[in-house]
Design a protein around this ligand. Structure first.
Ligand SMILES: Cc1cc2nc3c(=O)[nH]c(=O)nc-3n(C[C@H](O)[C@H](O)[C@H](O)COP(=O)(O)OP(=O)(O)OC[C@H]3O[C@@H](n4cnc5c(N)ncnc54)[C@H](O)[C@@H]3O)c2cc1C
Length: 381
């Protein structure tokens, strides 16, 4: 067992941290107000290799490990969790799904543009009436001639309106339940596909979230992604890894909130001394630092298992559950330590507090993580 980051990993962390401080920090509130993923930022993220973190060099990717991926997402989230969410959804959902289950031709068509950041990726599983119970989806893909016709709507899709490439899950044979769901890959602008309502969100506002509607959307047979009927199982695998990304995002967000709280506690004076001198404040900081370290270790362990090619369903769910619940607590304490200044937009505390809540909801709620963990615990003696 070795807890040290490699020299390359230390350099990677420093590089992404410096990038986030220089290119993102000055714009955090502007992007939050605009409620848009910054088109100016995309080529800069791509130039650093962050739009294709774990993908092969043959497609233009950075070929980094899952642990490296965590470091990147953590450092982006420390400064702007909304940007980190967009980068994680692009890498960990859409691009990862095509990379893991696409044919050689599909990979050659889509991966180079995705990993170079020429287009953003979107991934559509959730529907208005099928969230945690995703297999209850109503969107259908019906065979017609040599292709498929998609009908239905996906809800809460990151980059739903602006993604250039989308992976979408649809029912191809309702009689087969979970095994009657298939995935398709399609381009933005395909006739019959359109963006629906753009969500006006509490937090993560630097990341676009929209409904996507399909009305007699015709796809050639080559757009089927993976085997027919296998998409639900494939999706569970994508989410096992995706959750490591949300865990890393939670660690980074909590780290950012903790650092803001610590600096403020040292500067702010009440009763003739810095508030950091009060034990009540010290304990909040001590608990935050301890739980962030525990979250980071759980997250890196799940990523390490992924790098070893091992199954990590339980470990990624544990990391996501613990890190996101920790981040919610740390962001709450960050506002509390700032007092009234935590409630206004002149300080970063209120934004961390708004952004953080997504971490216990997206890619499976905390309740669903507990369900996944319990299933794993009870199915192995
Ligand atoms: C900003 C944002 C971005 C998103 N991006 C994407 C995306 O890119 N692609 C995509 O497909 N989806 C995306 N989602 C959707 C997200 O994954 C879902 O919101 C999430 O899975 C929860 O589904 P739901 O909202 O329908 O809640 P519901 O499933 O209706 O849950 C409501 C409540 O009931 C609880 N609950 C449900 N079932 C159980 C159970 N069996 N046991 C105990 N409690 C239960 C839940 O934990 C929750 O507390 C995004 C959501 C947001 C907010």
């Amino acid at each position: 067992m070795d807890f040290r980051p490699s020299e390359e990993q230390a350099i990677l962390r420093r590089t992404v941290r410096e990038f986030a401080e220089a290119e993102m920090r000055p714009h955090v509130m502007e992007w939050d107000e605009a409620q848009q993923f910054s088109a100016d930022l995309l080529p800069k993220l791509a130039a650093l290799g962050l739009m294709g973190i774990q993908f092969a060099e043959e497609y233009g990717g950075s070929a980094m490990s899952a642990v490296d991926y965590c470091i990147c997402i953590e450092e982006l989230a420390r400064v702007d969790p909304g940007v980190a969410l967009s980068v994680a959804a692009h890498n960990g959902l859409c691009t990862a799904h095509i990379n893991s289950f696409g044919s050689a031709a599909q990979k050659a068509t889509y991966l180079p543009r995705l990993v170079k950041g020429e287009v953003l990726g979107a991934w559509g599983l959730t529907e208005a009436n099928a969230g945690s119970d995703a297999a209850a989806m109503r969107t259908t893909a019906t065979r017609q001639g040599d292709g498929w016709v998609l009908n239905g709507a996906k809800a809460f899709i990151t980059h739903g309106a602006i993604g250039g490439v989308m992976v979408v899950m649809a029912v191809t044979d309702r009689s087969k339940g979970n095994r009657g769901i298939s995935a398709f890959v399609l381009e933005h602008g395909t006739p019959g596909m359109r963006a629906g309502k753009k969500e006006n969100k509490l937090g993560m506002r630097a990341s676009d979230t929209s409904e996507v509607v399909f009305e007699d959307c015709r796809l050639p047979s080559g757009q089927l992604l993976g085997e027919e009927g296998q998409a639900f199982i494939n999706t569970l695998q994508v989410l096992d890894s995706g959750r490591i990304g949300i865990a890393a995002l939670s660690v980074g967000l909590a780290q950012g909130a903790y650092e803001a709280a610590r600096s403020y506690a040292k500067e702010r004076h009440q009763f003739g001394q810095p508030i950091a001198a009060f034990q009540a404040i010290q304990w909040k900081l001590a608990d935050a630092a301890t739980k962030i370290e525990a979250s980071r270790l759980l997250t890196y362990r799940a990523a390490y298992l992924k790098d070893q090619g091992k199954r990590m369903t339980k470990e990624s769910a544990m990391a996501k559950l613990y890190a996101s619940e920790t981040a919610v607590r740390v962001a709450d304490d960050c506002v509390q330590i700032h007092g009234g200044y935590g409630f206004v937009k002149d300080y970063p505390a209120e934004k961390y507090f708004r952004d953080v809540k997504l971490t216990t909801i997206g890619e499976g709620t905390s309740e669903i993580q507990r369900l996944v963990i319990a299933r794993q615990l009870l199915s192995h003696s």
